[in-house]
Design a protein around this ligand. Structure first.
Ligand code: NAD
Ligand code: UFG
Length: 332
């Protein structure tokens, strides 16, 4: 297939491009480089042996998108582009709604014009809010999001449902990611956040590297086995493979379908720290501090639906995630 990838130089898309290339697909990547750099295209080529077609363009820029895409046969768009920093979204809601929702609407208009009505969208477990039950299945009702970033995901899902309802020639797959961590085993690509990391694993790797003094563990008084928050961490390579499998749903004319992409296992913050220390032989000093506003106690997926309908399940362990995250950090 000819696949358009938005947000192509980002963390999850770059790993997905590697897997799509392996599966024989042809890629056109676009990104405005607001949270990544063009050198990722060369790094992907170091892994795959082939340089993809890439354009620096903003998905909000309708004219340039049309110029780049018109006349091209695009079979599917995987839409990763978006701003994703939870805290920043609280401070800059307009920028987040404009970029994530405005950008998606512009993209959808252009896709319709070039007659590409197959889309796979990067959504998030955040749309479940405080989940009504655990493990979270796709039937779990959507909830109240605690920040504008989460609402952009929830609202974009609604826009996609409405679009598919109005015109059933669209096939739309919504993938709700749980907590992607890890890196390509080569250590060539991985997650490289700007500034102080918000998320657990990049913070841990920076502590291990000596860039930060210690990890702050946000609360040990949750109703979990050791009191720290529990999440469903998924290796980014497993997540990337989930996208390749999701193409099957499009080929089967799914209409609109939703899949959780998680492992089905929850690990606490302290379990992640201990596993990282054991696998990599490094010490992670930490301090327990107050809970982070907006955090929930436990969040993990049921991935049965993806297993049954797409033939996908995560294969890599928390040990693999810790090893590959550290391997990437050490190279950088
Ligand atoms: P990332 O920031 O590494 O990648 C996103 C890419 O989109 C970046 O390269 C950025 O430059 C680009 N981008 C942003 N706005 C753009 C615009 N207007 N036009 C063109 N490009 C634009 O993030 P990621 O972790 O790879 O996430 C990919 C997608 O998955 C995002 O939509 C994110 O919200 C979603 N997601 C991520 C997580 C996670 O924990 N990483 C969890 C759930 C969902
Ligand atoms: N945590 C710490 N210290 C840190 C960072 C995190 O103790 O420095 C804890 C958190 O309190 C939480 C766990 O580690 O218990 C995981 O936190 P992350 O920030 O890594 O991940 P979240 O589950 O909060 O959120 C992530 C993404 C969201 C996405 C959500 C669900 O950041 O964008 O997963 O997919 F919506």
């Amino acid at each position: 297939m000819n696949i358009l990838i938005t947000g192509a130089t980002g963390f999850i898309a770059s790993h997905t491009i590697v897997e799509l290339h392996k599966a024989g697909h042809n890629i056109i990547g676009i990104d405005n480089l607001s949270n990544s750099s063009e050198e990722i295209i060369d790094k992907i080529a170091m892994i795959t042996g082939e340089k993809i077609e890439f354009h620096k363009v903003d998905i909000c820029d309708c004219q340039t998108l049309k110029t780049i895409l018109s006349g091209k046969q695009i079979d599917c768009c995987m839409h990763f582009a978006g701003l994703k920093a939870v805290g920043e979204s609280v401070a800059k809601p307009i920028e987040y709604y404009d970029n994530n929702i405005g950008g998606t609407i512009t993209l959808l208009k252009v896709l319709k014009e070039i007659d590409c009505k197959n889309i796979i969208f990067s959504s998030s477990a955040t749309v479940y809010g405080t989940p009504e039950f655990i493990p979270i299945t796709e039937d779990c009702p959507k909830g109240i999001c605690t920040n504008p970033y989460g609402w952009t995901k929830s609202m974009i899902e609604q826009i996609l449902f409405d679009l598919q309802h109005a015109d059933n020639s669209w096939n739309i797959v919504v993938l709700r990611y749980f907590n992607p961590i890890g890196a390509h085993p080569s250590g060539i690509i991985g997650e490289n956040p700007n500034g102080i990391p918000n998320n657990l694993m990049p913070y841990i790797t920076q502590v291990a590297f000596g860039k930060r003094e210690k990890l702050f563990v946000y609360g040990n008084d949750y109703d979990t086995h050791d009191g720290t928050g529990v999440r469903d961490y998924i290796h980014v390579v497993d997540l990337a493979k989930g996208h390749v499998k999701a193409l099957k749903a499009l080929e089967d004319n799914c209409g609109l379908d939703i899949f959780n992409l998680g492992t089905g296992h929850g690990y606490s913050v302290l379990e992640v720290v201990k596993t990282f220390e054991k696998v990599n032989g490094v010490k992670i000093p930490y301090e327990i501090v107050a809970r982070r506003p907006g955090d929930i106690a436990i969040c993990y997926a049921s991935s049965d639906k993806a297993s049954k309908k797409l033939g996908w399940q995560a294969e890599l362990s928390l040990e693999d995630m810790c090893r590959d995250s550290w391997n990437f950090q050490k190279r950088g």
